[in-house]
Design a protein around this ligand. Structure first.
Ligand code: 6PG
Length: 236
């Protein structure tokens, strides 16, 4: 486990952007699953302002690790956030942008998105494999849209499932542990004081760590990098 701790959220974004530039530079094509949340938003702003011309975006295929079941015009849409802060600012072929259709029937979209992943992603051991999955972590230890009350979704034999937000009941489409742990590399972007307890429990296997889906992120490749700010790492 590669743990990188920086003084602030903006430094996490800057160093992650440098890491992403390097990650893309030595590949002909990369398939990356994006996350929603406030930390990725800062990263997208950093990429749009400092890496716009440094990265050959035509090599990049973007997917989502999860999406809220709302239209792409809805302020809660992860796609809308990504379009606003990144996609609208860079030159990327829209054919390379594979959004989850939050406006469609969730059970139908989970099947469609899984079929898309099976068609588009390179395979390893016969299983579709992202080059990189970017994840956030909620204060409850959720990741992507797998929440503690539905931690069993992690073990699904599918690549995509329909999840439910524990408070709002909002339906979500999420990739599962099978997709995440079969990826070549996973980058966790976790910032803010509200995450410090869960980060410490997960990394030291203390407390209720087994109840947190984020604990289950363990790519078979062994390539897991945590990008943390000091606040999120302050109980380590
Ligand atoms: C989502 C995200 C979610 C997010 C965490 C952390 O759709 O909400 O995919 O899993 O990564 O909630 O969000 P913050 O970075 O805003 O704390």
């Amino acid at each position: 486990m590669d743990i990188r701790i920086y003084d602030s959220k903006s430094l996490v974004a800057r160093h992650f952007s440098d890491y992403l530039e390097q990650f893309i530079s030595d590949k002909d094509e990369v398939h990356i699953a994006l996350s929603g949340g406030s930390t990725p938003q800062i990263v997208f702003e950093e990429l749009a302002s400092h890496k716009k011309d440094a990265i050959d975006w035509s090599k990049v295929h973007f997917y989502w690790g999860d999406e809220r079941c709302v239209p792409p015009t809805d302020d809660q849409s992860n796609y809308k956030m990504t379009y606003t802060y990144l996609l609208s600012q860079i030159t990327i072929p829209m054919d390379n942008v594979h959004r989850i259709k939050g406006e469609d029937l969730p059970t139908k979209e989970a099947v469609r998105y899984e079929e898309l992943l099976r068609k588009k992603l390179p395979k390893s051991d016969g299983i579709p494999s992202f080059d990189l999955v970017i994840l956030g972590m909620g204060e409850d230890g959720h990741t992507a849209s797998i929440f503690p009350h539905e931690i069993g979704l992690w073990e699904s034999d599918k690549l995509c499932e329909v999840a439910t937000h524990p408070e709002s009941g909002q339906k979500r489409i999420t990739i599962t542990g099978k997709a995440i742990n079969h990826s070549k590399e996973v980058a966790f972007l976790v910032t803010g004081i509200g995450k410090k307890e869960k980060v410490a429990e997960i990394m030291t296997h203390r407390g209720d760590y087994e109840e947190y889906p984020a604990t289950l992120v363990a790519p078979e490749s062994g390539n897991l990098i945590w990008f943390l700010d000091k606040e999120a790492a302050s109980d380590l």
